[in-house]
Write a protein that binds this ligand. Structure first.
Ligand code: SF4
Length: 396
């Protein structure tokens, strides 16, 4: 099993709170797509197991999930998305019925566009709605309005999308408990299988952070986020949603398979500027700069034809020691409903790691900060919000 992530680094404009790598224009789209296709082909062996001794033809890993993230992937034309899917299908060994997700923003969606996406084989939509209230959307610097957000959900259902997720943001100073509850009411009224809900955080270089520092935007209050998180946990449970990761809720069996692969150490290749990849032993991440990314892939003369290019670096790489792999496993699994599997640690990493983890866990369990159910160490809904602090105490 393996996954492919494609980062589409364009947006109509920059949202106030955004910390992702994206450009507020599509001016460089054609050159980017050319470079992206190069990368998809050049790195086709990344997900194949390394040949051991004389095993020359190691079987490539089947791709189970493909994820178009961003940025705003729905700024691409459906012909461009279709070309990328065709290239992936002809370059990689893609499993039957892979999960294919596309992140979309309401301001880029129409009925026809959604119908075309469906016909291309996109079978999961993740729509960046963020709020069903215009005052929240204006505060966040989003380009759509609440009415259009609801219209997009109607269209997506009309053209046959069943696996739809939306993003909502809570802890906003423009909202209150009543408005957050009404946001959730609207989400539940659509009976969608998946919700990603995030507390608003202030990214160091985001526009909103600077506006707040200058007194030009309302500051955020951590207590509002805690209040909304409590409401979210209770109402999601009452409505039959499984809280399977700090920020993610789903109907049973409808979790994001692609995102779950990040939490469970499945290999994935990330293409596009700033995209991350993991091959089981090392992580690597592409340069977060469009010009450098395109130059590295499209100007081999700069590098005397060397591969990987040496002129402008395409990527950085970090080999993970066993101890670092243990820390990552602990950190990622603790954020999920499934938690840390001590049996898995013993089987895949050795008794040294499972014993260490169990020992470190004992005081946390005694303090009520961690829960153990048979071989699993996990956090309850409310404990999950403090996952990072608990993970630190379990680290090697
Ligand atoms: S649409 Fe998403 S990626 Fe683009 S600026 Fe807004 S938050 Fe950032």
């Amino acid at each position: 099993m393996a996954g492919i992530y494609i980062h589409i680094p364009f947006c109509k404009s920059k949202c106030g709170y955004c910390g992702f790598y994206s450009l507020p224009s599509t001016k460089l789209k054609d050159r980017f797509l050319e470079a992206l296709k190069q990368e998809i082909v050049q790195r086709k062996d990344y997900l194949s197991p390394s040949p051991v001794c004389c095993v020359a033809n190691a079987t490539p890993k089947a791709i189970n999930t493909i994820y178009f993230g961003g940025g705003t992937p729905s700024l691409l034309g459906t012909n461009e998305i279709g070309d990328l899917l065709h290239l992936i299908n002809t370059t990689y060994s893609v499993a039957n019925e892979p999960e294919i997700t596309l992140e979309a923003n309401p301001d880029t969606l129409s009925l026809e566009y959604l119908e075309d996406l469906r016909n291309l084989g996109i079978n999961r939509l993740s729509i960046g709605i963020q709020s069903f209230f215009d005052n929240d959307l204006q505060y966040l610097g989003r380009k759509h309005n609440a009415e259009h957000a609801r219209q997009c959900l109607d269209w997506a259902k009309q053209v046959g999308f069943e696996n739809i997720s939306i993003d909502l943001i809570y802890g906003l100073p423009t909202s209150n408990a009543e408005q957050w509850n009404r946001n959730l009411d609207i989400f539940f009224s659509y009976n969608l299988p998946h919700l990603s809900a995030y507390a608003l955080t202030l990214e160091p270089n985001a526009i909103l952070t600077k506006q707040i520092e200058l007194g030009k935007a309302q500051p955020i209050n951590e207590d509002d986020a805690l209040r909304d998180y409590e409401i979210l946990c209770s109402r999601a449970a009452e409505n039959g949603y499984l809280h399977y990761e700090i920020s993610n809720f789903c109907r049973r069996g409808m979790h994001s398979k692609h995102n779950a692969s990040y939490w469970f150490g499945t290999q994935y290749a990330g293409f596009g500027p700033s995209a991350h990849s993991y091959d089981g032993n090392s992580r690597q991440w592409n340069v977060s700069n469009m010009e450098d990314y395109c130059d590295a892939l499209l100007s081999p003369s700069r590098n005397n034809g060397a591969c990987p290019p040496v002129g402008k670096a395409l990527k950085e790489k970090e080999l993970l020691s066993l101890e670092q792999q243990y820390d990552e496993y602990v950190m990622l699994c603790l954020r999920t409903h499934w938690g840390i599997d001590l049996k898995w640690l013993k089987r895949e990493m050795s008794e040294r790691f499972s014993d260490y983890c169990q020992q470190q866990a004992l005081p946390l369990i005694a303090q009520g900060r961690l829960t153990q159910t048979r071989e699993f160490l996990h956090l309850t809904d409310r404990q999950m919000l403090f996952a990072d602090g608990v993970a630190e105490e379990l680290f090697w």
